[in-house]
Design a binder for this molecule. Structure first.
Ligand code: SF4
Ligand code: MG
Length: 335
């Protein structure tokens, strides 16, 4: 697919008492038009920081972009002024988060909140905005939208509120939606309904989606491509079929083995990856995964693995693939 967003060697971090800590470390990722890319990993791996960095919201979170480029529709977002970023955030890229209640204003009806967005971003007058708001509520699958539009967030369930948040996101007619754990706070049936809704909207509207999730099952259902993030780095990336059929990085394999019902599951017992993710700023030497890796050898403890090509369009940063003939990316091993 034609590229809509291209992230190249992006390092973003925070200034702390102990100096600068990197929350993402030279990550590269691209999203094609109409594609869904899932960024998966445990919490604390840098997924949310990545999305904040793309939208330059990291500037407000006390962080900064230290290196790399983010190209969106041919323009580099890393050098944009916040004023220009506000325009991009309001009109071209929308974001939704885990907790719909914190995205909604409790003192306005949901219809008013959607209509407000339409007035701001699509210059609609009050009547047009209201009737489009009702249409959007219908589009996101809310029954009796005329009645619901006049209700306040607390009168709606969590799942309904997330549908409203999605409607507000759609009101800016975005080319890309960044969804950070959009279903994590919802119960399982509602979660499936929201994922169905996102799939349906993508098919109808053709937008690109960057979906951030800790859940490999969600990635399996939603993704065209999957990027696995660990301790600030993308350790494996490729088409969804490759990631599930030929998971190559030991961390990806561990994540898959911890999904209930996955064939790699051992003797009916859920596998958990031993150990915990290192805190940012406290990376181990060599491969960042080595303290938890069942395959670690001496080289892993000493040298950071570069990216190796596993397939035509599938890469992993792991020394196990050193003898594969094809090898791309910079060699970081001398650092
Ligand atoms: Fe494990 Fe070594 Fe591969 Fe790192 S480079 S994931 S420690 S085998
Ligand atoms: Mg997060």
């Amino acid at each position: 697919a034609e590229k809509l967003l291209e992230i190249r060697k992006l390092t973003a971090g925070f200034l702390t008492e102990n100096g600068v800590v990197k929350a993402t470390d030279r990550i590269s990722l691209s999203i094609g038009k109409g594609q869904t890319v899932c960024l998966v990993g445990e919490s604390g791996s840098g997924k949310s920081v990545t999305s904040l960095a793309i939208m330059r919201l990291i500037d407000y979170a006390g962080g900064m972009i230290m290196e790399g480029n983010i190209t969106f529709r041919g323009q580099d977002l890393t050098t944009k002024k916040q004023e220009e970023m506000r325009h991009i955030r309001g009109n071209q890229v929308a974001m939704i988060f885990q907790d719909p209640m914190s995205a909604l204003n409790p003192v306005f009806t949901v219809g008013e909140q959607i209509a407000e967005s339409l007035r701001l971003h699509q210059n609609k007058n009050a009547d047009e905005a209201w009737s489009m708001a009702v249409d959007l509520l219908k589009l996101v699958g809310i029954p009796a939208p005329e009645i619901r539009a006049k209700q306040y967030p607390h009168e709606l369930s969590g799942g309904m509120c997330q549908r409203v948040v999605i409607a507000i996101a759609l009101a800016c007619n975005p080319e890309m939606l960044i969804a950070d754990e959009p279903t994590t706070a919802l119960d399982v049936t509602v979660q499936a309904q929201i994922l169905d809704l996102l799939r349906k909207l993508q098919a109808e509207l053709g937008m690109s989606i960057l979906l951030i999730t800790h859940d490999m099952g969600v990635a399996a259902e939603m993704a065209d491509r999957v990027a696995v993030m660990y301790a600030g780095a993308i350790v494996e990336e490729g088409p969804v079929e490759d990631i599930f059929n030929q998971p190559s990085h030991p961390y990806t394999v561990g994540l898959l083995q911890s999904i209930p019902g996955f064939e790699g599951e051992r003797g009916g017992e859920l596998y958990t990856i031993q150990g915990t993710i290192p805190p940012i700023g406290q990376l181990p030497s060599g491969c960042r995964f080595h303290p938890r890796c069942p395959h670690a050898t001496e080289v892993c403890r000493q040298k950071e693995p570069p990216e190796f090509m596993i397939g035509a369009d599938h890469r992993a940063s792991c020394w196990l693939y050193e003898d594969k003939p094809v090898h791309i990316g910079d060699d970081h091993s001398s650092r």
